[in-house]
Design a protein around this ligand. Structure first.
Ligand SMILES: Nc1ncnc2c1ncn2[C@@H]1O[C@H](COP(=O)(O)OP(=O)(O)OP(=O)(O)O)[C@@H](O)[C@H]1O
Ligand SMILES: [Mg+2]
Length: 233
């Protein structure tokens, strides 16, 4: 479904990604791991068209993404929950969801307000609240719900549980697990390695802009040495 080959990218004079290779098959949950500043978010920015690749290729569903502007990539069916959430502060919960609503990927069972409220009952209690009146956890739920409203076939989550209270974090994990059960393809970056490796099928481990290890998530879960070396856990 998604294939990155030898992706190079950077900011100004500095190269941040030095030949990233990554593959995600339909229905898979793949996690991208690595310590701070190793290039996880930069890789996602390249997939979403927030940052241009200097060389290499990114193919989604047979379509070369490097030729497409960011909005066309979303239309192909890639939903993105950015690290910074990007909630519209002055729009209500409902309006935040409605501006994203689309059926570009002509899903057979499209996401509706009703379906996302079922997934996040807490959002339904806050429908009329403005984005900036929500707690951090509620904003994160809204960011995920909004990404679902474009009916993605691939959902990309960047640090969706960062800085949240344990109960809210559990709620987010529950939803991601549910989306996986529904067959959604997911690329996920998160710092809660233990939960993440239970959820994911496969992992890619990044170090200084390159993939240094990849394989079955269950294998990494058992490899304390590899985790210590590249993740400091
Ligand atoms: N807008 C930017 N301008 C210049 N350098 C940047 C910019 N964004 C990121 N970088 C640099 O690129 C490198 C990779 O950053 P990136 O955000 O991809 O890391 P990350 O793996 O997502 O880290 P974290 O776990 O902290 O989110 C870092 O050295 C960072 O300082
Ligand atoms: Mg990041």
């Amino acid at each position: 479904m998604l294939r990155l080959q030898q992706v190079h990218a950077g900011y100004g004079g500095s190269e941040v990604l030095s030949g990233v290779d990554l593959l995600l098959r339909e229905g898979e949950v793949v996690t991208l791991l690595g310590r701070n500043g190793m290039g996880k978010s930069t890789t996602i920015h390249c997939i979403m068209g927030q940052l241009a690749c200097r060389s290499g290729s990114i193919v989604f569903d047979g379509c070369e993404l490097n030729d497409l502007p960011a909005f066309r990539r979303a239309r192909l069916g890639i939903g993105w929950v950015p690290e910074e959430r990007h909630i519209f502060p002055n729009l209500s919960v409902q309006e935040n969801l409605q501006v994203a609503a689309a059926n570009f990927a002509s899903a057979q069972q499209p996401w509706t307000l009703q379906r996302v409220y079922q997934l996040f009952p807490r959002l339904q209690e806050r429908v009329q609240h403005a984005g900036n009146q929500l707690s951090g956890g509620e904003q994160q739920m809204l960011a995920i719900a909004r990404a679902l409203m474009i009916n993605p076939r691939l959902l990309i989550l960047d640090e969706a549980t960062e800085g949240l209270a344990p109960l809210i974090r559990q709620e987010i994990w529950r939803v991601i697990e549910q989306l996986k059960q529904q067959g959604l393809s997911i690329l996920i970056v998160d710092k809660h390695i233990k939960t993440l490796l239970q959820l994911a099928d496969r992992y890619y481990l990044m170090e200084k802009g390159q993939v240094v290890s990849s394989g079955e998530a269950s294998q990494l879960a058992q490899d304390a040495g590899l985790q210590a070396r590249y993740l400091g856990v």
